[in-house]
Design a binder for this molecule. Sequence first.
Ligand code: ADP
Length: 159
Amino acid sequence: MNYELKSAIFPGSFDPFTRGHADIVERGLRLFDHITIAIGVNEQKQGWIPVAERVRALREYYSDEPRIAVETYNGLTVDYARQQGIHFLLRGLRTHKDYEYELGMADVNRQLDSDIETVVLFTEANLANVSSSVVRELAHFGHDIRPWLPENLKYDLLL
Ligand code: ADP
């Protein structure tokens, strides 16, 4: 780990990764030299897109961007960050509901490890309604979800 570089972890489920997520990553790269998109794996909850496919598609999407890594982790985000020697967590904020959740998480994480700071970026107004759960619901009812996803992100379920 090069401590000269400012690195952040962008933790989430990314099931699927949306244009909202991509926007946070893009703007995050103005603040950080390197961002690890870290997909939290919960063995109890399999999710919609299999984790291996979430990783594959995102690695392909960011294959020309050396400042982005895509990884998975189990357990608490702070433990993963500590293991990686990374002190910043990047998160996005859409609504007051996100605010309350993010504030609580950031407080708990700082209590668990005072070296960890959460950096929150506000959503772009036109992306405020984009969420993974809305995309899953649209897919469930047979709608085309491509407009909600970054243009060149190719999950195998879309092929
Ligand atoms: P989690 O399950 O941890 O909430 P998500 O994959 O849903 O993970 O989201 C990861 C992060 O991206 C969260 O901080 C969430 O608020 C943020 N995010 C999701 N959608 C958007 C959006 N449209 N604009 C800005 N931030 C977003």
